[in-house]
Design a protein around this ligand. Structure first.
Ligand code: ATP
Length: 209
């Protein structure tokens, strides 16, 4: 499977945020997207996920077969918001996402143990600390199998041990043939990842619409 972006452009509020982005990821590869605040990292991830329209160029999956014919069907999108209901328990949230996205390698309890949250599945998500919320959102990646992980500042709010644990999960995902596009201000511990630096278009913002 390949994720291919060609001459990709994205807009926000009618203004060009980025343009001319090109990359190709193969099975097992990761792309780390960096750049200053406002340079368009989150916009790029949302365009790839299909949550925002492509302004120019293209981004597509090739070789996904019947199981993953499109990026939407092939990806997990982990945004700044954790996309979990505060009033539902952590386990109920994860069961919802597993039912919505399909089964994965791990059950809900196993996934929670893998992110260091074993035994707290019964608690309302809204009771959790910031780092615990992020870790339970990361567990969503494990309860359903999606080959492409789109991660927006995935380690924001995590302690050192959790950062290390998540680096191991990302490395294993790639070793199993998965792909990752991650926007970050922090080192992610993804050895051998490709890099993309956003921001060159900042001075031109607003001139393209
Ligand atoms: N809904 C919106 N309408 C108009 N402009 C927006 C909207 N959302 C974001 N923007 C603008 O788009 C630009 C890119 O924002 P984006 O969130 O993609 O940047 P980022 O690189 O992810 O930043 P950060 O490092 O702060 O997370 C910014 O100038 C931002 O103000």
């Amino acid at each position: 499977m390949r994720l291919i972006a060609e001459n990709l452009g994205g807009e926000r509020g009618g203004d060009t945020v980025f343009a001319g982005i090109g990359f190709a990821l193969e099975d097992g590869q990761a792309l780390v997207v960096t750049g200053p605040n406002g340079s368009g990292k989150s916009t790029l991830l949302r365009v790839i996920a299909g949550l925002l329209p492509v302004a120019e160029g293209s981004v597509k999956i090739e070789g996904g077969g019947e199981a993953f014919p499109s990026i939407a069907s092939a990806c997990h999108y982990l945004g700044h918001q954790n996309a979990m209901k505060p009033a539902l328990s952590v386990a109920e949230n994860l069961r919802f996402w597993r039912d919505f996205n399909g089964d994965g390698q791990l059950g809900v309890e196993e996934a929670l143990e893998t992110v260091g949250l074993g035994g707290i599945g019964h608690l309302p998500f809204g009771y959790l600390s910031t780092g615990q919320r992020r870790r339970s959102a990361i567990a969503k990646l494990l309860v359903s199998h999606r080959p492409l992980w789109l991660l927006d500042e995935p380690t924001a709010g995590l302690d050192k041990a959790s950062e290390g644990r998540f680096a191991g999960l990302m490395t294993r995902h790639c070793a199993d043939g998965g792909m990752i596009v991650a926007a970050t201000h922090l080192p992610l511990g993804l050895d051998g990842a490709k890099g993309l630096v956003m921001g060159e278009l900042l001075p031109q913002q607003g001139t393209a619409s």
